[in-house]
Design a protein around this ligand. Structure first.
Ligand code: MRU
Length: 369
């Protein structure tokens, strides 16, 4: 996507073919910094510390991480151990394991080291390009929903609420939840986005607001707890969120707080859509609440808030020094609260039959589970 007239992605392979370049998302929105990654420790840290984040992007990073593992390993056992470390860097987004396993499987088909390196490079690049393409298609399918709402409102502003950052920063290009917004905006639909700040790490206030601002899209940052009130007063026409893992039965794991938005949307008759590429479906799982692993992150992410101070970017402590804090990073929204999924193949209802009608080739996998 364009940043101040320059095309930019959150990840790319450097011209040397061995170093990964990423936007350091911890520094946004106050500073745009690029990091170079060339060791497995750096790959794992970048994913864990959320230099890179968002399900499709950590998948792409994991795939490039396989290349880095290959370049840094002495033998197969060493290589596979490094890949396992990359795959385990974060537990909730299924894209990470999916992308690492897919790239490793392709690499192991090569015999000579040089062939394997070429295969890893090709496969990781293919994964990044495929995610970008899936997101573009999600944008086209989702924009039709936004256009319908706009028509139903006689062309008046369509208000869309989103949570966390499921934008291009999280996805290589376009984003998932933001793709319909970008495409509808390009088509001239009058829209406005309510951006949940998304405590504790404020991905909405820091990243989604930055993206939308750079794209010239009207938006307003709101406290996480404001959504229900806005819905009660008819100020939200639809909710679109992303997801880190969605079961084949339609249960959705996404950033903590998503479930509460879905409850409020249901209570107020507001459509609640989840946008996702097929790489975010977990075809093996059937019960999201029981089976999706929820990442527990450091309590300090809750205790401290980062922002721009008169002395530069800094952190402040909010609760009393001695108060303990807890930080479950995701929650699960049951399929019954989801109006529909916006995928690269179209929009479908949140149930197994409708999902598998769009992805019939996955029937085997989901019935084995
Ligand atoms: O902890 P994060 O910032 O990686 O969480 C990201 C989200 O929850 C996104 O909404 C999700 O990955 C969808 S990204 C297209």
């Amino acid at each position: 996507m364009n940043v101040d007239g320059q095309p930019m992605r959150p990840i790319w392979l450097d011209a040397d073919g061995t170093t990964i370049k990423v936007i350091d998302q911890r520094r946004l929105p106050h500073s745009l910094e690029i990091l170079s990654i060339s060791t497995v420790d750096q790959v794992v840290d970048a994913i864990r510390e959320m230099v890179v984040r968002g399900a499709p992007l950590i998948g792409a990073t994991g795939a490039y991480g396989v290349l880095v593992a290959l370049l840094n390993s002495r033998n197969d056992a060493d290589f596979l151990d490094m890949c396992r470390r990359v795959k385990d860097a974060r537990p909730t987004a299924v894209n990470l394991a999916w992308a690492v396993e897919r790239t490793v499987a392709v690499v192991m088909r090569g015999a000579a080291r040089a062939d394997r390196v070429a295969l890893a490079r090709q496969e990781a690049t293919a994964i990044a390009e495929e995610e970008a393409d899936r997101c573009r298609r999600i944008g086209e399918h989702g924009a039709a929903l936004v256009e319908n709402l706009s028509q139903a409102k006689g062309g008046r502003t369509v208000h869309i609420l989103t949570h966390c950052n499921a934008g291009w920063l999280a996805c290589v290009e376009w984003g998932t939840a933001t793709a319909p917004i970008y495409v509808a905006h390009e088509k001239g639909v009058d829209l406005h986005v309510w951006v949940d700040e998304t405590r504790p790490l404020n991905q909405g206030a820091r990243l989604t607001a930055w993206e939308l601002g750079k794209a010239g899209i009207r938006h307003t940052v709101i406290a996480d707890n404001a959504g229900g009130h806005l819905m009660q007063h008819g100020l939200v026409d639809m909710v679109i969120v992303g997801t880190d893992r969605t079961t084949c039965t339609g249960d959705v794991a996404n950033k903590i707080g998503t479930y509460l938005k879905a409850l409020a949307a249901r209570d107020n008759g507001v459509p609640f859509y989840v946008a996702l590429p097929s790489s975010t479906f977990d075809w093996q799982l059937r019960d999201g609440i029981a089976q999706i692993p929820i990442e527990d992150r450091s309590a300090d992410e809750v205790r401290y808030v980062q922002g721009l101070t008169p002395h530069g970017v800094g952190q402040v402590l909010v609760p009393p020094e001695a108060s303990p804090a807890a930080n479950p990073a995701f929650d699960v929204t049951p399929a019954r609260l989801v109006t529909g999924f916006i995928t690269e193949r179209g929009v479908c209802a949140a149930n197994e039959a409708a999902i598998l009608a769009l992805f019939p080739e996955k029937k085997q996998e989901s019935s084995v589970a």
